[in-house]
Design a binder for this molecule. Structure first.
Ligand code: SF4
Length: 101
């Protein structure tokens, strides 16, 4: 059977938190690195994006959405794609330990 757990749910439920997003009036390019961006420019853009997220009232649902859908790019909920991969790896490890116990 097809696993649809990663797919978004009903549209309104899935996106209603975005109405309170602090980034609504911010250039989306701040949250997604352009092709080839490296080093200090990459780190600085990520840091500025994360500062926007730090004051966002919907940071948690935003981060959970990105984690659940395996969003591959951008800063979501204050987490970079690298940080989201680390969170998911920790969750998988915890899940394995819980199943083994
Ligand atoms: S947490 Fe960051 S990316 Fe998510 S809605 Fe808020 S400002 Fe936008």
């Amino acid at each position: 059977m097809t696993d649809v757990s990663r797919l978004p749910g009903p549209f309104v439920d899935e996106w209603s938190w975005q109405q309170q997003a602090r980034c609504r009036d911010v250039d989306p390019a701040l949250f997604f690195h352009p092709a080839g961006e490296r080093g200090p420019a990459h780190d600085h853009r990520d840091a500025v994006a994360k500062r926007v997220c730090a004051g966002c009232p919907v940071r948690e649902p935003c981060a959970e959405y990105a984690l659940r859908t395996r969003e591959p790019y951008g800063v979501w909920g204050g987490l970079t794609e690298h940080e989201r991969r680390a969170v998911l790896a920790r969750r998988r490890a915890l899940h394995r330990r819980q199943r083994a116990a």
